[in-house]
Design a protein around this ligand. Structure first.
Ligand code: GLY
Length: 435
């Protein structure tokens, strides 16, 4: 690396990582951009490499061999197992927290106890260890419903079960603790009060001392229109989220983000990287549903297109501790993203379906197709290889325009079994945009 150019390694292979690569390629400082493992789309803006994203030593060796000046960690697993620690020890700049700090996502039990210690607003809860099945069942019976049962460990978005009946609550406890359907993720279980309100996501990029706020966003976690059906990784998003007024954002900074960064520092685990606050906007104000230690997917696909300053410099500033000197610029206007998924998702689905209509959409700056579950066939065609296949994103002066454009672009793409939600952004449209 030298002052003007930088090779970058992005860990991950989803729509989020394609969006990160797309954004940093705009930087004057970006030289070679590598993705591990990437997908068919990332190969158009970088070089895909086969490297285990959980193997810190292999990643460090790759960085040495390819003079990597910055590693950007997309998903949570490498952070939770300590990949960022290995790289920091080798003095390789990395955007993402240490394993100790990533416990905010990796252990719901740690996160809840941390919030309690630091007076950060969140739902009341109790934690149960693997030997406390009977206590957990008695607790749900006493508390009644609705109630939320969560696996404490990482569960790929499947670990939080909102229970509307006592039967569902008992089933959830038995599934996690007795039958261990999520394996070690259910070693501890957190049972918490149900919060009602609208959800929103707030993202702070920190270097352990200072932070900048990215645009707010709202995810659509359920598979079907009207928030029906099972949870997914996210079926679409829009930004900013009008539910987050300036007043609520100020409260989120003062009551959640700042105490979290200060608290992590005081506990010897300074938080550097993206702090993703999954919030419920309740009648009492913003409350933490969960913390994540990374950017969201598909929220990244709406947040990064709204940043007009240099995204590579932003992530580098987080890695080397110079966020205070970074001037973040966010464009006015809105963005929307719709995820195109394979029939059957979030359950089982077929792969290898040829995707048509891709090229018409990735040429304009206001509509971009980020690829996720895609690969290249032996014939050189782009085919499906995952449940969430594509994330089509657009920006516009207003949310309505962004939604119209994104759905026009989706209509041009096809593959066997494709489906997507038709109501992305509707909650945002029903509110006025904050000033
Ligand atoms: N969109 C939800 C997540 O990234 O966890």
């Amino acid at each position: 690396m030298n002052e003007t150019g930088m090779n970058v390694l992005i860990l991950g292979g989803g729509g989020r990582e394609h969006a990160i690569g797309w954004a940093i390629q705009k930087s004057q400082r970006a030289e070679s951009v590598y993705f591990a493992p990437g997908n068919a789309g990332t190969s158009s803006c970088g070089i895909n490499v086969q490297l285990s994203i959980l193997d810190g030593d292999a990643i460090r060796t790759f960085c040495d061999e390819h003079t990597i000046g910055l590693v950007i960690v997309g998903p949570e697993q490498p952070l939770v197992v300590g990949v960022a620690d290995v790289l920091r020890e080798a003095r390789i700049p990395v955007m993402g927290p240490s394993a100790a700090a990533a416990r905010l996502e990796g252990s719901k039990s740690f996160a809840k106890d941390f919030m309690q210690r630091h007076n950060i607003p969140t739902a009341a809860y109790r934690t149960f260890g693997s030997h406390q099945l009977a206590d957990a069942l008695a607790f749900v019976n006493e508390e009644g419903v609705p109630i939320v049962v969560k696996a404490s460990g990482l569960a790929g978005g499947k670990g939080a079960i909102v229970c509307m009946t006592l039967d569902e609550a008992q089933q959830a406890v038995n599934d996690l603790m007795r039958d261990r359907i999520l394996g070690d993720a259910g070693e501890e279980v957190v049972i918490e009060s149900f919060m009602s309100g609208e959800e929103a996501s707030v993202f702070a990029v920190s270097d352990g001392e200072n932070y900048v706020l990215l645009s707010t966003a709202q995810d659509h976690k359920r598979v079907g229109d009207g928030d029906m059906g099972p949870n997914t990784g996210g079926m679409g998003a829009y930004a900013p989220a009008p539910v987050m007024t300036q007043e609520l954002l100020d409260r989120t900074c003062a009551e959640i983000i700042e105490p979290t960064l200060t608290g992590m520092k005081s506990e010897g685990a300074p938080y550097s990287g993206v702090l993703y606050c999954g919030l419920m906007i309740t009648d009492e104000g913003p409350q933490v549903v969960e913390f994540n230690c990374r950017l969201g997917d598909p929220e990244t696909q709406v947040i990064l297109p709204l940043i007009s300053s240099d995204v590579l410099e932003l992530f580098y500033a987080s890695a080397i501790g110079t966020i205070a000197d970074y001037k973040l610029n966010i464009r006015s206007g809105s963005s929307a993203c719709v995820v195109l998924a394979s029939a059957g998702y979030p359950g089982s689905y077929e792969t290898g379906k040829r995707i048509s209509g891709l090229n018409q959409n990735d040429v304009t700056d206001s509509v971009v197709v980020f690829q996720a579950g895609t690969s290249e066939s032996e014939l050189g065609e782009t085919v499906t290889s995952g449940g969430r296949v594509l994330a089509v994103s657009s920006t516009n002066e207003d949310l309505q325009g962004a939604i119209t454009k994104v759905y026009q672009a989706c209509a041009e793409i096809d593959f066997e079994g494709v489906f997507y939600r038709s109501d992305i952004g509707m909650k945002g449209l029903s509110r006025s945009v904050p000033t």
